[in-house]
Design a protein around this ligand. Sequence first.
Ligand code: C5P
Length: 285
Amino acid sequence: MTTLYESAFAKLNLTLDVVGKREDGYHDLKSVMQTISVRDDIEIDIGTGKPWCLKCDKEDIPTDSKNLAWKAAQIYLDAMGKDADGLEIRITKRIPSGAGMAGGSADAAAVLRALNRHYGEPLSIYALAELGAQVGSDVPFCVVGGTAMCEGRGERLRKLPNMPDCFFVICKPEFSVSTPELYRKLDETAIAKRPDNTGMESAILAGDIEKVAQNLMNVFDPVVTAEHLELNYIKSIFNAYGSIGQQMTGSGSAVFAIVTEFEYAAVICNMLRDNYPQVFIAKPV
Ligand code: C5P
């Protein structure tokens, strides 16, 4: 039996635009995504000689084939024609669920990377990302990580240079958002403001964190904020204590601030922690 170890990094959407509805019912996106240092830890025992099993230290996470990490292992082994002779996946969860931080997809991507390494890297990172699209829309980006422009459902991605250094403060409120319902609401709404993805890309190329912060934009943010005014409360705390830009990530419900000094991040954290147990300080990775 061999044990593999891999980190599963969460993502934030620096921009998120919904650019069209597809015939398959999904929507096409255009989004600059960034992996961050909030992470789950993945351990995989290969060759246990027993039926597959998945364990997680958080209770609300599925521990069967519905878990994207399990699904990823299945898809990888099937695609490569390998028999793992029994698999145990253990997940130490830190990425909050229902946050828009791709917690499940990050775990799936980590499983793909770990298995691919175990079998001697038969797939390039981009081939692995392509395989990841079969597991879920955010998986290709999570496989590659860093900073990237993602299009389609997320399967078409182009690496960008690493975003300029900064701290993120991320706050996950108690409520979660139903993603399909949010897409339905967006379909019924005229999108008033869209991100300037070219502007964001230029800001990243220039290494200009102020411009990155100014270009943050997520078309889902106003839709969710209109129904959950507490997001405005969290953003007002961000604003009052040194944030240079803030918004919701993905389809929510987590919101994040960009700050340039750790001290600001620490103060924001302290201001929010009493009301919001799920507050994180992170760096881009
Ligand atoms: O990707 P995920 O499983 O979280 O998506 C949940 C639902 O959100 C989908 O079934 C679909 O209704 C909607 N969705 C979409 N377009 C996307 C991603 C999700 O319409 N690109």
